[in-house]
Ligand binder design. Sequence first.
Ligand code: PGA
Length: 263
Amino acid sequence: MKYIVANWKMNFTNVQKINHFFKDLKTEFKKINENKQGKLQQVKIIIAPSFIWLDCLKKLFQEIKNELDYLNFELSAQDCFWENQGNFTGEISSLAIKNIGCQYVILGHSERKFYLKETDLMVNQKIIKAVENNLWPILCISVEERDLSKSEEKIYLQLKNYFQDIKEDSLEKTIFVYEPMWAISGFKGNSCSLNEVERGISVIIQSIKKIYPNIDVNKLNFLYGGSVGKQNARGFLKVTNGLLIGKSSLDPKEFFKIIQATL
Ligand code: PGA
């Protein structure tokens, strides 16, 4: 199974634009042959819109399924809060997100850490509640520096904080994303080499093994995120279980080409 996750961030500000996006995306899918349609059953296409569009996307996915039944569209939120309900103005709980029909939630994104000062321990609380509510965390592991040898310890500590008091079996319901901040288009947007992606993921794997010595890492999924586009998606897919895509997921033609790169 490959995971293609579209993180729309704070884009698409009206429903007409969203309808247009899916109309154009469907036009692309209708051009592909049966052999490729079969292969697409092995790809999960997860879209993470702003909270207010979750319900609208759920309906659109149903319409797409009726027409193109080989496609697996799934819904993700971009964040959640660590309590189920209560006096937390402006927050959205993982319980409400689950109840609206989401299967996933992005947690620990570096834009939230940078702009909203979200800490690893807040992320920890969110993971606990999300898993409790049967949501799969799409968990971002970020590094600021390009030189990985300087970040190994930081990655380990980040994961240790993320998984404080969390049992090993929750990891099988977590999708790990290696997301160097310097590669994200909203920051520096520098291109990350395949080698750097492989090394980043291997540091994450080593850190997980240090925290959970008995874990079978082959059961876990590791994605890459940071300036992925149609030109580099195929390469990254060779060394990962999928991609987290920001900017290039906003253009239906480009997004389609990235999905095609899984085939
Ligand atoms: P980008 O974003 O593809 O625009 O670099 C990736 C991410 O932040 O999820």
